[in-house]
Write a protein of this length. Structure first.
Length: 111
């Protein structure tokens, strides 16, 4: 399967890793939208977060736990978790991922 994030998990494409466990990998976004912009992904390929949730509740929990741990490790008091699901919602890489964004004020509602 030709998946960019699977290649990052496998080490075929380099990335700046923030956390790696048996189940998840976190790395810096190549085009950061905030001073902190980390992507948290399951090591196993799922097209989107809905497929993860429908398949593996433990893995869903691990993704959110990793986000909270990274936020804590980075000393973030405020941060935004963003999950684009489907092209109209802004998803461009179809391997499930959480965006962890911090370091500036964010607008609401999102654009
Ligand atoms: P999406 O638009 O699917 O919600 O988010 C995909 C994210 O992946 C984007 O923020 C984009 O900058 C990031 N991205 C795309 N290609 C690469 C890459 O090769 N390496 C890294 N680290 N991030 C990437
Ligand atoms: Zn993948």
């Amino acid at each position: 399967m030709d998946c960019l994030f699977c290649k990052i998990v496998n080490g075929d494409i380099p990335a700046t890793f923030v956390k790696k466990t048996e189940l998840i990998t976190a790395f810096k976004d190549i085009t950061p939208q905030a001073p902190t912009h980390v992507l948290i992904i399951p090591n196993k390929h799922f097209e989107n977060i809905g497929q993860v949730s429908n398949t593996d509740a433990n893995l869903t929990a691990e993704l959110f736990k990793a986000a909270a741990e990274i936020a804590s490790e980075l000393g973030l008091e405020s941060y935004r978790l963003n999950i684009n699901t489907g092209a109209d919602a802004g998803q461009s890489v179809f391997h499930a991922h959480l965006h962890l964004l911090a370091g500036r004020a964010f607008a609401w509602p999102p654009g």
